[in-house]
Design a protein around this ligand. Structure first.
Ligand code: IPE
Ligand code: IPE
Ligand code: MG
Length: 250
């Protein structure tokens, strides 16, 4: 039985999030510059998007550039931004053909103008697509998003549109960049690091974590299947006991 056949299609996560890490180390191992790793990450992105769409996953969020990544050397940041523009330009047609909608989360205003323009164009062009939503986290961090959400809510309170006692989980969720999306059920991180790195801090509250030693440029469809099989073998208890869950199923 192939890995793909082991996946229960009726029990797929609706939303998978990925921390695509390890490009620099991948390149270094090959005696190359870090940028070479970023360039070779595109194949992994393409495979993951394709596999997720084929399976019927509804949301795929990829952490492509964090707020903290702005602190990297300027030449690396510039190269990443350029790679982003050229990749979006090249891939928009494929996204459209495959009925995939592109969205982004993060501080779009912080992106270079050319990058923002390319991104907005692709988002607009694919906005009616319905098979899967591909979300790029760009200049994104969970804390940035939460600060942003609190400012929005405070503005509503100030304008008399929201009572402080009505600030509940639903209100906060609605003020996040991910307001329209379900929380990810599965988070994949490559390169073996056991941390969240300021990714979806609110949304990951009950997400299953899958960490692989594989470096991102080596990630392929099979590795997504592996993560999904692992996800499907877990018991998600949400604070309850195992016995309670078994009773509910019987
Ligand atoms: C992930 O790979 C890509 C980005 C953060 C943009 P890294 O560039 O972090 O690679 P490592 O972790 O240094 O190997
Ligand atoms: C996380 O990777 C951000 C992205 C994958 C875009 P980093 O390489 O920036 O994370 P840390 O700094 O090692 O935690
Ligand atoms: Mg890294």
């Amino acid at each position: 039985m192939s890995l793909r056949e082991k996946i229960d299609i009726d029990n797929l996560p609706q939303h998978v999030a990925v921390i695509m890490d390890g490009n620099g180390r991948w390149a270094k191992k090959k005696g190359n510059l870090r940028i070479f790793g970023h360039q070779n990450a595109i194949t992994a992105v393409r495979e993951t998007v394709e596999a997720a769409a084929e399976l019927g996953i509804k949301y795929l969020t990829l952490y492509a550039f964090s707020t903290e990544n702005w602190s990297r050397p300027k030449y690396e940041v510039d190269a990443l931004m350029q790679l982003l523009v050229s990749t979006i330009r090249k891939e928009t047609e494929t996204l459209s053909k495959n009925n995939i909608r592109l969205q982004s989360i993060g501080d779009k205003a912080a992106l270079p103008a050319a990058c923002r323009a390319q991104l907005e164009e692709a988002i607009e062009l694919t906005s009616k697509n319905t098979r899967m939503t591909l979300v790029l986290a760009l200049s994104y961090s969970g804390r940035w998003e939460l600060v942003n959400a609190m400012q929005k809510l405070a503005d509503q309170v100030k304008a008399g549109k929201l009572a402080p006692e009505d600030i509940n989980e639903t209100a906060i969720q609605g003020a996040l960049n991910t307001a329209e999306m379900p929380d990810p059920e599965l988070l994949i991180r490559t390169s073996g690091e056991q941390r969240i790195s300021n990714f979806l801090l609110w949304q990951l509250a009950y997400t299953e974590l899958y960490i692989t030693e594989l470096l991102w440029p080596d990630f392929r469809k099979e590795h997504l299947y592996e993560a999904l099989v692992s996800f499907q073998q877990r018991e998600r208890r949400f604070g309850k006991t195992s016995e309670q869950l078994q009773k509910a199923h019987s």
